[in-house]
Design a protein around this ligand. Sequence first.
Ligand SMILES: C[S@@+](CC[C@H](N)C(=O)[O-])C[C@H]1O[C@@H](n2cnc3c(N)ncnc32)[C@H](O)[C@@H]1O
Length: 224
Amino acid sequence: MREMFDRIAGRYELLNTLMSAGLNRVWNRKVLNAADLRAGGRALDLACGTGTLTRDLATRVGPDGYVLGLDFSKEMIRAAKKRSVPNVEYRIGDATKLAGVEDNSFDAATIAYGARNIPDLDALFSEMTRAVGPRGKVVCLEIARPRGRFFATFYGLWFDRLVPWLGARVSGDKWAYSYLPQSVKEFVAPDELAEIMRRNGLQNVTWDKFSGGIITLHVGSKPG
Ligand SMILES: C[S@@+](CC[C@H](N)C(=O)[O-])C[C@H]1O[C@@H](n2cnc3c(N)ncnc32)[C@H](O)[C@@H]1O
């Protein structure tokens, strides 16, 4: 898995923009609003990849804030560092074992399109809960499969056909972009994900679907 992300790091952002038709930035804004960060705040962005969301978080907390972006792929972190901004730090590390991250040290912890790739979701959410302070937010953005017939048909063509084809041509990695729709199919249902968040210490867990049901956003708070 780590090697796969290392291989696609160079073309990752371009492909993300193409495959989401530019909507990835709109979806990032939903994360920013759910994270409820203020100027001067502290955010932890797990599975940060090349740092698209990390940079948006950094803009939100401003020059007095701090954002830590963490990913286990050294090539993703290398690509992120090329576009680094002053109030962001990047580290290589495992999202399920946050070495060097103190308890209660962030106002919000986010993960975008990362949870689907992490087998131990209990470890992930217990670490996210541990990292945020009382009333801190934990936010998870993911790709989902839509239910309605129109969107399901469109999504099937887009995601099961176009994405693997385009991904293979642009990144040169056929396997990675066939894995992507497969990993969405195999991911836990939204209600189950909400339950995993609750059993790892989060309260007021809610989730929402948007863009025709192809994206889910889960949010929970650490008790105050
Ligand atoms: C689809 S990318 C998402 C990148 C980024 N969050 C974004 O919004 O574009 C998934 C990322 O998860 C990372 N990843 C997967 N498992 C991980 C783990 N256990 N710990 C840290 N990063 C992980 C991969 O290296 C990859 O960069």
